[in-house]
Write a protein that binds this ligand. Sequence first.
Ligand code: CA
Length: 228
Amino acid sequence: MRILVIEDEKKLSGFISKGLLEEHYAVDIANDGEKGLALALEQQYDAIVLDLNLPKIDGLDVLRQVREQKITVPVLILTARGTTPEKVAGLDAGADDYLTKPFVFEELAARLRSLLRRPTVEKSTVLRVRDLVLDTVTHTAKRGGKVIEFTAKEYALLEYLIRNKGRMLSRSVIAQHVWSYNFFTESNIIDVYINRLRHKINDTPGNSIITSIRSVGYRVDDDGEAKE
Ligand code: CA
């Protein structure tokens, strides 16, 4: 899952970014409203953390312009503007959630988890695909009674595949949601990570969750045997 943080206070954006990386997200930072808007319009994000008092373009204008382009990415406003009319204005401009500064990182992380599970029927912190259970809080999986641990990127890749199960995902789409925007998509790193994941989750012929479609991409399936 890839998060855009639009925040002009460098110390704060660094703090948020470090925390989100520890939660295994890919993170891009924009230090003003103009850069933030450009990234939000050009790139694919799974959520945006948006400050309101920003140089160049105010956060509310960034949000309105994103929504005018019919971009439905979940947006969490993170701001010092804490009055009720300010909150109403933010939510009415198209925000999905609103958190006021000062804040505790754990609450921001929990609110992002909540936003990221809204589009699906999944309301639990646990994701399932057949006999594999992925815990989105501990970032571990269980299959066949065995606990599986992952590196940050392995976990992020598996979570993204499972959240989009049934959908064929091209390598470039995977790169856009699991890596930061400056990721070099020509490399075969996604295939390398998929192979590591298959090994870890014990994906063997006859019982494999990750399907590869040659020269197209990958798909996770809830039922039926994966076909080449
Ligand atoms: Ca600010």
